[in-house]
Design a protein around this ligand. Structure first.
Ligand SMILES: Nc1ncnc2c1ncn2[C@@H]1O[C@H](COP(=O)(O)OP(=O)(O)OP(=O)(O)O)[C@@H](O)[C@H]1O
Ligand SMILES: [Mg+2]
Length: 588
């Protein structure tokens, strides 16, 4: 074994820099943090070639003196904390005194501040000289990782790095609405946020998502001893098929927290169909002494000492807001105070084999049906045509092969559709409500499994993946091709999709987003894929159905082994005849 020696300071600083600087967007995050900490009211960002060639942040904040400039890029140099106690009362985004030192170890950094300039070229610092910017600071980073080719190899293509930078920019802008932000790429102004308040900024950012409807915004808040919560969210009729629009900020900083995202999705789930997620920006203002960001160099994780209280507060806040909305729209008693219906058992249907997907559910349990969505349609997908074609095909096949079902189908009468969401069926001793969206989703799920109809794309869809997904696809792209998604690797990290399942036409983007995140076991990847495909082609809550289609759906509902959707939820709800009679003082 080689003998021990102390590392050369430049080598050591480059190794340390690896923790903070992963790609241009991590540099941007640090430089924007510094500008915000300097109390800037206007911050402009300029990137070239996705920030790999150059990335500049200009602010009108306090700036630095010549002496401070001399120190700013040294390791552990900070004006933000001086004792360990300060760490537990943080009011600034920075505290490690490491960012500028790390960035300057792996690029050429030029800082102009309050009339002085300094350059640090890959760890080698120049003298402070007179420079531009009489008030405020401009920090320009050039040629990231030029001297560390092994790390440059891990960067994505400039276009993808630019969108990572844009994402970081937007996340920072979300936390600081009182600051004006501008984002330029290749000299072109891409985004401009005027100074505003939290709600306006949040709605502006949500509206950048094409499917979001600004008219459908809910605002909710909670005040506790140590914590204040404010959430801006979509109305339940406007939702997404992934969690990408759930953002959590703790003391104005975006964090990744699986538990808090869970709190949001489970409190909201009763109002949404399975597999749907809200647009939800949650601002948590917590007592700084209860939050520790000193966990990971990128500061995207934090320990929150009162997390369980916050979890509870999120649940209460969301439920109340949704109930209040129910009052406004329905003027009914909330379900939690008095059940609207007395649940009864589903009609007995003999299930020969349990379904081999989704979690098992007890058919005697009744679940709260999805809330009726407003009659406006959140999406205008081509689902109806797709759905009709698929249903019609099966009907033809059924007739041609004279497939007879072995299920015992109870006597029933289709009564009609309620709230454009439920199909109502009268059985011998009960009324049954069927969630039309979930039922259709389930039927399509079964169709897609059986048919595997494929649509070739006119122009193949190119997309980039990170290294883990690239490796995964090299081994496992057959998972997708098996179901009509043909993937070809064009170059490292770049893939092309040439076909998709027919039921999913026009939803290439969503399939690609899914592929870009999956590295799990084959079964769960397939399950998730089916759920997406079926969900997209399915009839939505809020869609008016003609009675022929509705009756076809009901018949096929009764032919199912078990009435659960591809996500494993029961989608029917029954009210006994006895209960109805009793309510009006009749004897059955
Ligand atoms: N845009 C700026 N305006 C004014 N001062 C700045 C600016 N950028 C950096 N500084 C000064 O340089 C110091 C070092 O910055 P650096 O980002 O390296 O560390 P930090 O912000 O203190 O902590 P962290 O490493 O957690 O970001 C800061 O503490 C601050 O005093
Ligand atoms: Mg900093």
């Amino acid at each position: 074994m080689a003998s021990i020696r102390q590392l050369d300071p430049i080598v050591a600083s480059r190794i340390a820099a690896g923790e903070v600087v992963e790609r241009p967007s991590s540099v941007l995050r640090e430089l924007m943090d510094n500008a915000i900490d300097a109390k800037a009211t206007k911050i402009s960002v300029y990137i070239e070639q996705g920030g790999i060639k150059s990335l500049t942040v200009i602010d009108n904040g306090s700036g630095m003196s010549a002496d401070d400039l001399e120190l700013a890029c040294k390791s552990h140099a900070t004006s933000k904390v001086s004792t360990l106690e300060d760490l537990f009362n943080l009011r600034t985004l920075g505290f490690r005194g490491e960012a500028l030192s790390s960035i300057s170890a792996c690029s050429r950094l030029t800082i102009n501040s309050n009339g002085n300039r300094i350059t640090v070229d890959n760890g080698v610092q120049s003298q402070v000289v007179p420079g531009g910017f009489e008030r405020g600071t401009s920090v320009c980073m050039e040629d990231l990782f030029e001297n560390i080719p092994a790390r440059k190899l891990f960067l994505k293509r400039p276009k993808s790095e630019a969108s990572e930078c844009k994402k970081t920019f937007v996340e920072k802008a979300l936390g600081f609405p009182e600051v004006e932000f501008l984002f330029f790429s290749e000299g072109e102004l891409i985004l401009h946020y005027e100074q505003s308040d939290r709600k306006t900024r949040a709605v502006r950012i949500m509206s950048q998502d094409k499917s979001f409807m600004p008219a459908k915004v809910l605002q909710m808040s909670y005040k506790g001893d140590n914590t204040e919560l404010l959430a801006i969210s979509s109305d339940p009729s406007c939702y997404k098929r992934d969690r990408a629009q759930i953002k959590i900020l703790v003391n104005n900083r975006i964090i990744d927290s699986y538990q808090l995202v869970q709190a949001i999705t489970s409190a909201y789930s009763a109002a949404l169909p399975g597999g749907a997620f809200p647009y939800f920006y949650l601002f948590i203002d917590d007592n700084p002494s209860l939050v520790d960001f000193n966990i990971h160099p990128t500061k995207r994780e934090c320990k929150i000492r009162n997390q369980s209280q916050i979890y509870g507060a999120i649940t209460i806040m969301i439920r109340q807001a949704l109930l209040k909305k129910e009052y406004e729209t329905d003027e009914r008693e909330p379900a939690s105070q008095k059940p609207l219906f007395e649940p009864s058992k589903q009609p007995e249907i003999i299930a020969e084999t349990p379904p081999h997907y989704g979690r098992s559910t007890d058919s005697s349990n009744t679940t709260r049906p999805a809330r009726p969505a407003s009659s406006s349609k959140p999406f205008a997908p081509s689902w109806f045509e797709n759905a009709k074609t698929i249903l019609a095909k099966t009907e033809q096949k059924r007739a041609a092969s004279e497939v007879s079902t072995t299920k015992i189908i109870p006597e029933y009468r289709y009564i009609g559709q309620a709230f454009n969401t439920f199909l109502i069926v009268e059985l011998k001793d009960s009324l049954m409500f069927i969630d039309q969206h979930a039922l259709h989703e389930r039927l399509l799920y079964d169709e897609i499994r059986a048919q595997k109809d494929v649509q070739r794309l006119m122009v193949p869809y190119s997309f980039e993946v990170d290294r883990s997904v690239d490796d995964y696809l090299l081994q496992n792209s057959i998972i997708y091709s098996d179901y009509g998604i043909e993937l070809t690797r064009k170059e490292p990290l770049l893939w092309e999709m040439a076909s998709i399942p027919a039921a999913c036409r026009k939803n290439e983007q969503e399939i690609v987003s899914y592929i870009q995140t999956q590295t799990g076991d084959i079964e769960s990847v397939q399950k998730g894929l089916f759920a997406i495909i079926a969900c997209h082609a399915a009839i939505k809550a809020g869609d008016e159905l003609d009675s022929v289609t509705a009756m076809q759906l009901v018949r096929r509902c009764f032919e199912l082994d078990r009435m659960v959707c591809p996500h494993g939820r029961d989608f029917t709800f029954s009210v006994s005849k006895e209960y109805l009679y009793r309510e009006v003082g009749r004897i059955v």
